[in-house]
Structure formats: structure tokens, C-alpha cells
Design a protein around this ligand. Structure first.
Ligand SMILES: [Zn+2]
Length: 257
């Protein structure tokens, strides 16, 4: 069966001697894996269409469940400038990793596709010297878009004001709610109102005007720390629950949710 769709390459990994397994975020099939036969033999157009972050029209042969083969890929946008900028590439790769780790494969989500494409275009077109704020905002917004953003405004159980963020719970908790058996003694981080303020704007403002947000260096550092802790907890608990142990080169299989 031949399928045509649009995809953004989230990851490309070697498979055997000369082949590749490519993980795509597609416009109508969610995250899928596909197989590319010997694209590394030559510096071909086909080979460059499989570079990370490339947006392309793709044709696939075979069933989605059994690793379809990529028969054709026509580049719509290569996003080459992002790959050329070390800091941009590292940060966007982190977003790709978040998607691959947290989103079950094969669940169509056209809004997520448009959203991720919008992030890539915004970063590509950004003329800021340093994109640190933009990268933090995109990370927050991606987490919000897939339902994994931490809650930083008000206690996650009763809504009362609180500045103590509990990474294990993914939320701020007030004194009263933090003493339940499952939370007591767990590590927390004290945040401040400026961090919360910037965080809420990051989520609410359209991404193309988010460069107007000018957080202080300290706010940026503190919020980065909170997100890092949150992500470390999310990704490690996801890894534990998936039972995914052997072989980083093994293609991801459809998760049963
Ligand atoms: Zn509470």
C-alpha cells in the first residue's frame, strides 16, 4: 500500500550497514517510523531529505505497523539554518526528543504538526543574537500543547497561592497539600512571582510575538532549572513505565495506551 503524507524528520538513526530508520512527525498520522534503503551511499537529494528537522512530502510503501519504506521524499523546507546553528539545533533536538518520548506513536494530531512547524519557522526567522528566551518559550509551549506542562500558578490540589514547585508532582503545592503521605519529604524548588508571570505569558502569547517578552537573565535561569527538573522527572518515569530497556537503535513500536 502506497501512502503520501507530509512529515518533519524528528530523528534519523543508522540501521544496519547503510540503511536508516527515520522518525517523522506527520501531518495526518502522528509520529511514525519509516525505513530508508541505503541513503548514505551517496550525497543524494534523497539523503538530504532525511536530515533531522527537514520538512518534506513523503511517499511510503507498506503498513505503518511494520516499518514502511520511504520511496520518495521531496523537500518543502530543509531548515538548514537551524542545523547550522549549534544552540538552535541542540534546543530544537530537545523538543524532538520530548515528542518522541512522551507522545504515543501513530496518533494523528494535525494541530501538533502545524504547531511544531510554526516553532521551526519562528526559530529559523529569529534575528535575535541569542535565542535563549525563545527556546525556553518553545519548550514550555510544546509541553503545554501535548498536555505535559508543569503547573506553576497556584497549588495543584486546592488552588491556593504557593511558590513551592514539586517536580515529582509536576505542580506547585501549598503547605497543607504538600504534607500528604505521597508528597511529604519530596524535594521542592522555591520559585518567585516573576518566574510565574513570565511562564504564564509564555503559554498565553502567540509564539510569533513572544520575542517581545524580555525576561531577566535570572528569571530565565530559574525557569530553565524548574523545567529541567520537571522534564528529568517526566522522561525518567516514562522510561521506567515503558519497560524500554535494550537497544537504542531499535525502532519505536506503537505504544499501547
Ligand atoms: Zn493546596
Amino acid at each position: 500500500m502506497l501512502t503520501r503524507t507530509e512529515g518533519i524528520v524528528l530523528k534519523s538513526q543508522k540501521y544496519g550497514e547503510a540503511d536508516l530508520i527515520v522518525t517523522y512527525l506527520t501531518s495526518d498520522r502522528g509520529i511514525i517510523n519509516a525505513f530508508a534503503k541505503s541513503p548514505r551511499k551517496t550525497k543524494s537529494r534523497f539523503g538530504s531529505s532525511l536530515e533531522p528537522l527537514t520538512h518534506a512530502k513523503i511517499s511510503l510503501w507498506g503498513k505503518e505497523q511494520s516499518l514502511p519504506k520511504i520511496t520518495q521524499a521531496d523537500i518543502i523546507s530543509s531548515f538548514h539554518p537551524i542545523r547550522e546553528n549549534y544552540n538552535d539545533f541542540v534546543n530544537i533536538s530537545k523538543l524532538a526528543e520530548i515528542l518522541i518520548s512522551l507522545m504515543p506513536a501513530g496518533i494523528p494530531n494535525s494541530r501538533l504538526f502545524s504547531f511544531f512547524l510554526n516553532i521551526l519557522n519562528t526559530v529559523k526567522e529569529s534575528e535575535e543574537e541569542s535565542n535563549d528566551a525563545l527556546h525556553l518559550i518553545t519548550r514550555i509551549r510544546l509541553l503545554a500543547a501535548i498536555g505535559y506542562a508543569p503547573r506553576l500558578k497556584g497549588c495543584g490540589r486546592c488552588g491556593k497561592e504557593s511558590l513551592d514547585f514539586y517536580p515529582d508532582s509536576g505542580t506547585t503545592l501549598c503547605n497543607k497539600c504538600a504534607v500528604t503521605p505521597e508528597t511529604a519529604g519530596k524535594p521542592f524548588m522555591r520559585i518567585n512571582n516573576k518566574v510565574i508571570h513570565f511562564y504564564m505569558h509564555s503559554i498565553e502569547w502567540p509564539i510569533n510575538i513572544s520575542h517581545r517578552l524580555k525576561p531577566s537573565h535570572q528569571t530565565l535561569t530559574e525557569l530553565s532549572g524548574v523545567l529541567d527538573k520537571h522534564l528529568t522527572y517526566l522522561l525518567s518515569s516514562k522510561l521506567r513505565s515503558s519497560g524500554f530497556t535494550a537497544g537504542a537503535n531499535r525502532p519505536r513500536v506503537r505504544a499501547s495506551h
